[in-house]
Design a protein. Structure first.
Lengths: 287, 107
């Protein structure tokens, strides 16, 4: 992968607004953002209802994903261009999700909705009309999705990258600071995980930093490029952003996103937890 | 005093006694073109919360009325506000559990 294959600029999107081979998709943490105004022609995916099973904690099934994309007018041959708020957290999550179900032609709008808004580019409340399709998804590609047992086995063995803010990593906060802090799970991080906040990979306007800058950031944080990597955050959306950086921009081979992330790990009985600013030992004792 | 949001975002259902809240409103310091004047709320700004080391912790878009809110921890934080047609504005603010810090940002 390279930057040109997986990222597009706002100018590129403006030039392709009427291109029938492109489907623009907005995905936001704040699921009402789209309704207040979106890029012309863009459809909305709601990460809480469209992309999550509504009973158990898991993704929608292959069949549900097929029904979703078919009903929204996304075909197998379409190039999907994702964008969203929060520096593309949930757009990157959807990018990873599309890859998980085998859609190869996916791109992110660099800088997402924020860069678009800060440039004062046009937003509309007009809803697009799209013809339904007959979308076929692949089986989930578990080469890019990590589950809890795999994460526990990776302690002290693989690269674990905690992409939450330093205060969440250390255990001083339990959630991103725009959300209430009262949570059920324990605070801290997975022992031996390196702290590389997702935000280090992005400029203030939400665009990604250069490959050279990105390489330096992860190398200095202790990521061993010869090892497999698992990224995690709180619910798997910020770590999708980092998964995108490591896998799609920097071309690392074996990178997985642990979507259970801290809300699962921090609730498990008996697993080691490290507190404080250092990675800690594999058994959770401080270094 | 609980929920004193001055017409801002609702705190209904949130246990304010357990949170260290930083909130406020972004308004224009002066005209930025036709139809824009000093004191206008800025509903398309982004407010970033940076920790004591300057590291990013959270970011929110402002509401239509220019309001924003963070659930921080106790201590010193920096609010960095980005808005169209203006330079970023940094404001240092101190938070404590059980208190609501109101911050007025002019861009």
């Amino acid at each position: 992968m390279s930057r040109e294959t997986v990222l597009v600029t706002a100018e590129w999107v403006e030039e392709h607004l009427d291109d029938p081979s492109i489907v623009l998709v907005e995905v936001d943490e704040d699921t009402t953002s789209y309704d207040k105004g979106h890029i012309r022609g863009a459809i909305k995916l709601d990460w809480t209802t469209d992309l999550q099973d509504q009973v158990r904690r898991d993704f929608v099934s292959k069949q549900q994903f097929e029904e979703l994309l078919s009903s929204r007018g996304v075909g197998n041959d379409h190039t999907v261009v994702l964008y969203g708020g929060n520096n593309n957290w949930f757009a990157a999550y959807a990018y990873w999700y599309f890859k998980l179900y085998g859609h190869q032609a996916v791109k992110l709008l660099d800088g997402g909705r924020k860069r678009w808004e800060l440039d004062s580019r046009e937003l509309t409340d007009e809803l697009p009309e799209r013809e339904t399709t007959s979308y076929t998804a692949q089986e989930q590609d578990t080469e890019i999705r990590a589950f809890r047992d795999e994460v526990i086995a990776a302690i002290g063995v693989k690269n674990l990258v905690d992409v939450r803010s330093p205060d969440e990593y250390a255990g001083r906060l339990l959630a991103p600071a725009h959300l209430p802090q009262e949570q059920a799970q324990r605070a801290g991080h997975i022992p031996t995980a390196a702290s590389v906040p997702w935000s280090k990979a992005a400029n203030d306007d939400g665009t990604f930093k250069s490959d050279d800058e990105l390489n330096t950031i992860y190398s200095e944080a202790g990521v061993d490029w010869n090892k497999d990597t698992i990224a995690y955050c709180r619910i798997g959306e910020r770590s999708s952003h980092t998964w995108f950086v490591l896998k799609e921009l920097l071309g690392q081979e074996n990178v997985k996103n642990y979507d259970g992330s801290w809300t699962e790990y921090g609730s498990l009985v008996g697993v080691p937890v490290a507190l404080g600013d250092e990675p800690g030992q594999a058994d959770g004792q401080s270094a | 005093m609980c929920g004193a949001t001055e017409g801002g975002l609702s705190l209904d259902g949130i246990d304010v006694a357990k949170e260290a809240i930083i909130q406020g409103r972004v308004v224009r310091a002066g005209s930025k073109g036709p139809g824009s004047k000093e004191g206008d709320p800025v509903g398309n700004a982004y407010v970033r919360l940076l920790d004591r080391t300057g590291e990013f912790t959270a970011e929110v878009p402002t509401s239509a009325t220019g309001h924003f809110r963070f659930f921080a921890g106790p201590g010193d934080w920096t609010l960095r506000t980005l808005a169209p047609k203006t330079e970023p504005v940094d404001i240092v603010v101190s938070a404590e559990v059980g208190a609501i810090r109101e911050v007025a940002v002019e861009v």
